[in-house]
Design a protein around this ligand. Sequence first.
Ligand SMILES: Nc1nc2c(c(=O)[nH]1)N[C@H]1C(S)=C(S)[C@@H](COP(=O)(O)O)O[C@H]1N2
Ligand SMILES: [Mo]
Length: 386
Amino acid sequence: MITRREMLIASGGVFVAGGMFAPRASVAAENDKQLIFHTTSPNNGEPELANLVQSWITPLKHFYVRSHAPNPVINPDDYQLKIEGMVRRPSSLSLKNLARFKNRSTVATLTCAGNRRAEYNAEGKVSGVQWQSGAIGNATWKGIAIADVLKEAEVLPEAKHIWFEGLDEIEKGGGIIPFGGSIPISKAMIDSGPGAPLLAHTMNEAPLTPDHGFPLRTLVPGYIGARSVKWLGKIVVSDRPSPNHYVATAYKLVKNSDPIEWAESGPIYRFPINAAICTPQANSKLATGEIDLTGYVLPTGRAGSTVDKVLVSADQGKTWSKADLVGQESEFCWRLWNAKVKVTSNTRRLMVRALDTSGGFMPYRVPWNSKGYLQNSWYKLPVEVS
Ligand SMILES: Nc1nc2c(c(=O)[nH]1)N[C@H]1C(S)=C(S)[C@@H](COP(=O)(O)O)O[C@H]1N2
Ligand SMILES: [Mo]
């Protein structure tokens, strides 16, 4: 865990309206996370599911954290973002320099590719943080469009991918590496609207906290959380995806550590449609009769594709009833839902599945993969009926 002192150092300043940079005082209170921590230092925690569905915008205290190394301590006065690679005008930009660009905002859901990972263990042990279904959250993000910065840097015509590099230091294979991500240039060049990738400095109207990437992170709507690189230190424009471990090796769907399989499969960018039941809790004791269910559903993050319907069942999928969707509709945001089902003495589990407007659906079962990514099978919640 970072100390209060480190936290105050790391959050020594903030962008304010008009692009000014002003000193900042009280961040400690905003940082009071109410999460189930799988690890601390680095922080990896997810909220209780009943808390997660309390509001469409996830308050910071209930927003999951996923970090591969302890938070780097960054002095905002010394902070520089480097822009390199296939550009005519490479540069190194301070927070003041970056404040020249137009501020933009979006509401987008961030989710870890490993959300619901623990469910794979029933078929075979998967490595990594043992996420239940809380590695997801929806926030308002403010920042500048990556596209605006790239345009000023004058990208060369042969460029195809944009690499991001964090300022964190991750121990890997006997050395120290930064966390890296990359996205195709066509995605990076979206400069407006809810799907525009941002260099975000604000989350839910407050400066990013150290846990979430202070002072600047990428926020790529519709892509797995790993492409939203925290503590961003460098952008590299290239003709190929990043060679960083977290693009070239991790975040791929593979069955074992066969290097041929790693080489054959591409990096994950988007997540598939997904949903979970958040209340009641797993293994709740239920009486027979009608009960209320609540949960979330996340569309696939493809422009133009939204959630079509969410279906719940208490009888092993013989009959399904439709859930009511609440909250705003957006291609890049989750929706919360509530539903009623009839519990009988035969009910062993409650299930949810969802379909989207572009033919996507949650399958009954997802093929096992060794890293436990993209678990989006029908969500099956065991219950006891008295
Ligand atoms: N620099 C850096 N960026 C990172 C990570 C990291 O460990 N280091 N974790 C990634 C992963 S796997 C996810 S799911 C999201 C989580 O973002 P959050 O902690 O703000 O919820 O950040 C991504 N960006
Ligand atoms: Mo993640």
